[in-house]
Design a protein around this ligand. Sequence first.
Ligand SMILES: *Cc1c(COP(=O)(O)O)cnc(C)c1O
Length: 354
Amino acid sequence: MELTTEIKIRKASHSRLHEIDFKHLQFGKHFSDHMLICDFHDEQWHEPIIVPFANLSLSPATLAFHYGQTVFEGMKAFRMFDGRVNIFRMDKHYDRFARSLERMSMAVVPKEIFMEGLKTLVDLDKEWIPQEADCALYLRPFVIATENAFGVKVSSDYRFIIFTAPVPSVYSRPIKVKVETEYIRAAKGGTGFAKCGGNYGGAFYPTQLARQQGYDQLLWTDAAHHRFIEESGMMNVMFVIGDTIVTPPSSDTVLDGVTKDSLLTLATDLEFKVDERPLSLDELENAFRENSIIEAFGVGTAAVVAPIRTININNTDFHLPEHSHENLSHKLKQRLERIRTGQEEDLYNWCHVV
Ligand SMILES: *Cc1c(COP(=O)(O)O)cnc(C)c1O
């Protein structure tokens, strides 16, 4: 449907804002006052409405609970230097959301509802955007299958929801990762490129095993031969080898990250060499032996950059040089933050001012 009128709002009778200690935010624990709900039934999307954040009431037979038709996005809104508010790269997040929904045979949310819904919701709860540097309002749009039917089938009904949450700056201390060569996250022809629930549920068990061995995250490899690096946990991964940033290309097994795309664009602008190509474990191990690897880091919306200090390849720990502010990953992150807060010109129209 096309949105011809403004989105209806049923306001919360009182705000919970004063209950939040913005100096000590925990990631994922606090929710803003309102959420957007939009239902799909009778083969069409109906009018979205913004209501107070509240629990849902759903039948136990709701299909989403059983066969995995759930898709989400993760994005952020920022408080700018001059007090204005922006949502980062809505278009690119929307495109991925649509691709994920399509892959899961779910109704695709119209772009208009996604964009207007986010803007209206963020504007309504803008007091929830933390003022503190590097903090943000996390935005979680998602769709679940809502038909009540327990037979295995494609749902005919869906619910699109957006809620928002103030989050602290996620300063990742340098992490230890283990190259996974037994379990897999994504296979060719599978759902790895989609942000669908099952991808994450399936990754928990091998990740827990690595945690028991003292690692923070896995470095996933290709499902067929475990020869090529794919991603690290829920982040894309980049390596600085010599003077070049090497990162595996997006594919049906490597998720097309918005952060990755943004950082590569900035790196190219700063005249760093960027090489999006498959990176084998052999090459990575050689780079350690020759001391040509300088940095490794995960990139994603939550932390922006998560520096890696140790990589375990086939039971050997390889260590990276100490992380410092001279690192490329740090410089790229700083530049991105400056664009998002309006301290540097937004040459690419990434920031949608609300
Ligand atoms: C969300 C996600 C990323 C990072 O994507 P961003 O758009 O940068 O947040 C990378 N890999 C996986 C598996 C993800 O789910």
